[in-house]
Design a protein. Structure first.
Length: 373
């Protein structure tokens, strides 16, 4: 009992009392946790954390840069705008690992080959972050997250770019992220609609937990491997890909087919008006948000804000606008041709083009029938 109380007291001092300059012993170890994916959206890409353990003092602390507060005022607006504050927290190893055991998510630990001086410096840097302006940081999906912050801390401690990306940089960010949504069709659809041109750039930034793990495996200091030990602490369950018709592209395609075969002008205009509202959002959110991933969203060519004018025009003006919209759809298809989400958007492209074409035929027929003697 006395030993447990001592352990708790030392843990409390280590994570809250860093100013007292706790010294690590020669038995201290520094390791990186790479945590597997979960079923919640915010766990889709996994997680990265730093563990510092010292058996001599019963110290075992996990530092986590992925904490955020759901109770933050205007949480979702801040998230969309890109000024939501994430922060570092520290917890005991047992508490951290218990959460992943409960969720049956894989945890892989890589023990790093640092000198005692480097371990102490990293320990001091992490503790200093807990009680300084560095505790909070503005989350950016690609540029600043739980993984990039760990890379930043280690590189700062080493004094050079020790950890660099080793996975492919020839594919785009969109291609890199696409497989992560295999079990979440509507997440995948929504993400690919709201993401703009930046995600089609080459994926040169190291920002995913799995990529950090691979980079650590390849890293070395003066020819000596950085990782001296790698083990799986929790063998997580594989995320099963279970097909649900409603949660698939086939369901969306069926709905769009039903809309097209109605041959009703009001149905077409209603759909296009809603699509136009979405396009207006896509166009404006890039100006509002600080997330660069949302800028220059060419999906606004498919969900076109111009559609908002269609219900209010008639005759030749409507026909000309419909023809213009068809040309824009063609341009969008050309832009999308080499993108990984082309098949995801294809039902929307075909349905929208069909509606525009049929509306044009309806208006032309009206023009002929209206022709005065």
């Amino acid at each position: 009992m006395t030993k447990k109380l001592l352990s708790v007291a030392l843990l409390f001092l280590s994570i809250l009392g860093f100013s007292q300059n706790i010294s690590l012993s020669n038995k201290a170890t520094v390791s990186i946790f790479t945590c597997g994916r979960g079923n919640e959206l915010y766990t889709t890409f996994g997680h990265t954390a730093i563990r510092i353990k010292d058996e001599s003092t019963n110290l075992d602390v996990v530092y986590n840069y992925g904490a955020f507060d759901f109770n933050t005022e205007n949480f979702y607006l801040k998230f969309v705008k890109g000024d939501l504050q994430y922060f570092i927290n520290a917890t005991s190893y047992d508490d951290f690992i218990y959460e992943y055991q409960m969720e049956k998510r894989e945890v892989i630990e890589q023990t790093l080959n640092f000198t005692i001086a480097q371990k102490q410096e990293l320990f001091d840097l992490l503790n200093a972050s807990l009680y300084s302006e560095e505790r909070s940081y503005t989350y950016k999906f690609i540029d600043r997250n739980c993984t990039t912050m760990v890379v930043e801390k280690i590189n700062k401690m080493i004094g050079k770019e020790l950890i660099q990306k080793v996975d492919s940089t020839s594919i785009s960010y969109r291609e890199l992220l696409y497989p992560y949504f295999a079990n979440h069709f509507y997440y995948k659809l929504g993400i690919n609609i709201i993401f703009g041109a930046k995600t089609d750039f080459k994926a040169v930034k190291l920002f995913l937990p799995s990529e950090l793990m691979h980079s650590l495996d390849k890293a070395n200091i003066d020819g000596i491997p950085l990782v001296i030990k790698k083990e799986t602490l929790i063998h997580g369950n594989e995320l099963e890909s279970v097909f649900h018709f409603v949660d698939s592209i086939y369901f969306i395609a069926l709905l769009l087919i039903l809309l097209v075969v109605t041959n009703m002008k009001k149905v077409f205009l209603t759909y296009l008006f809603i699509a136009g509202l979405l396009g207006l959002f896509l166009s404006l959110v890039g100006l509002y948000s600080l997330h660069k991933e949302l800028l220059w969203n060419y999906n606004a060519l498919l969900f076109n804000p111009i559609f908002l004018l269609l219900p209010f025009l008639k005759g030749k003006w409507l026909i000309k606008l419909l023809q213009t919209c068809l040309v824009i759809i063609g341009i969008y298809l050309v832009l999308l041709f080499t993108k990984p989400h082309v098949w995801l958007m294809l039902p929307f492209i075909i349905a929208t083009a069909c509606m525009l074409w049929k509306l044009q035929k309806i208006e032309r027929k009206k023009e002929i029938n209206y022709c005065p003697l």
